[in-house]
Write a protein that binds this ligand. Structure first.
Ligand code: SF4
Ligand code: SF4
Ligand code: SF4
Length: 328
């Protein structure tokens, strides 16, 4: 009974929590947000049930550390495909696939540039900030509609050893330039079309980095350097209490785990310091790579395995809810 419950308790909890959150949305929001409800009266209830089951299935797979990386990539990719497929259908004229009909460029930089340009907070920005409070950096490991592309590209090869040079300087310079450019566009009342073209060019360069650099480095170079939202996540995630650490009592400093991290957070200096670098997203891909089981999650005084399970519960529950609701 104990082993059975250990295996299935997390999927059961995720199923119940996801269904609870989506039922709340289904009842409270007047214009149906659950997509099936827009096509068939009552269809939203069926979708809620299956999204709950899907979340339970994903967490069932990911709770095994050996399978975490594989199922994180599959599930993150599914979210990206669902997001962009709905956007494409919406643009083709099937407006029911759009959330509000207020289109904006589907690139993460808009989370910061959009509100700065318009001078008002957007729902997307509030959603983004709440994920940092609830799950720390999971936005950049499971919840962003764009980062899955960088994850796929970088997973084609094991990570090249050695930290990306001057990574913090690059990150902060780009973040500063993005904020400055957006403020200038607003101050000078630059035409929306020109502003959109500038943002579009930023997105295209990002795609080129994914295509031509991340694959060669085996690291998510786009997310680590080019995307300013990644920088915000890296430094604000500490408001959330979840952490990852390396147990130096058992670590043999073999550095084998280094190549399992696409986020450039497990270099020699990180390992010697007893914790992954600031770009760690708590994705969990590295946990099974350590022969000494030295890479562990931390949440206050909880046991490491319980902390990992709690983190998976929160992240996958949010992921499933985003899958049901995430569209432009
Ligand atoms: S760094 Fe940017 S593109 Fe990458 S996952 Fe985070 S928000 Fe998305
Ligand atoms: S694989 Fe494990 S033992 Fe080896 S350096 Fe990494 S954390 Fe330490
Ligand atoms: S250190 Fe481990 S948990 Fe952190 S980003 Fe790298 S692979 Fe993921």
């Amino acid at each position: 009974m104990h082993i059975f419950w250990k295996k299935y308790s997390l999927p059961v909890y995720v199923f119940l929590f996801v269904v609870f959150l989506l039922v709340f949305v289904q009842i409270k929001v007047e214009n149906p947000i659950i997509i099936l409800e827009r096509f068939i009266k009552g269809g939203g209830w069926i979708e809620i049930f299956f999204i709950g089951l899907y979340g339970a299935f994903i967490v069932y797979k990911m709770q095994d550390p050996v399978k975490t990386a594989k199922w994180r990539m599959i599930s993150w990719t599914v979210f990206t495909i669902a997001f962009f497929a709905q956007l494409a259908l919406g643009l083709l004229g099937f407006e029911r696939f759009l959330m509000s009909g207020n289109l904006h460029l589907p690139i993460p930089v808009m989370i910061i540039s959009g509100p700065l340009y318009r001078g008002e907070l957007s729902v997307m920005t509030l959603l983004f900030l709440s994920t940092i409070i609830i799950t720390g950096p999971a936005w950049c490991s499971q919840l962003c509609y764009f980062g899955a592309l960088d994850n796929i590209a970088s997973s084609r090869k094991k990570a090249v050893k050695g930290k990306i040079k001057n990574i913090s300087a690059i990150k902060f310079t780009l973040l500063f330039l993005i904020i400055l450019t957006t403020i200038i566009l607003r101050w000078f009342n630059v035409d929306l079309l020109i502003s959109t073209l500038i943002a579009g060019a930023f997105g295209v360069i990002g795609l080129l980095i994914i295509l031509f650099v991340s694959g060669k480095q085996g690291k998510m170079v786009h997310c680590l350097t080019w995307c300013p939202i990644g920088t915000i996540v890296n430094y604000t995630r500490f408001i959330n209490p979840f952490r990852m650490y390396i147990d130096m009592k058992s670590c043999t400093l073999c550095n084998i785990c280094t190549t399992s991290c696409n986020y450039d957070a497990l270099n020699r200096e990180d390992i010697e310091s007893g914790k992954p670098g600031v770009t760690c997203t708590l994705c969990g891909d590295c946990v099974s790579s350590c022969h000494a089981s030295s890479i562990k999650y931390k949440f206050f005084k909880m046991k490491p395995e319980s902390a990992r399970r709690l983190y998976l519960f929160l992240t996958i529950s949010l992921y499933a809810v985003f899958l049901a609701l995430g569209r432009i």
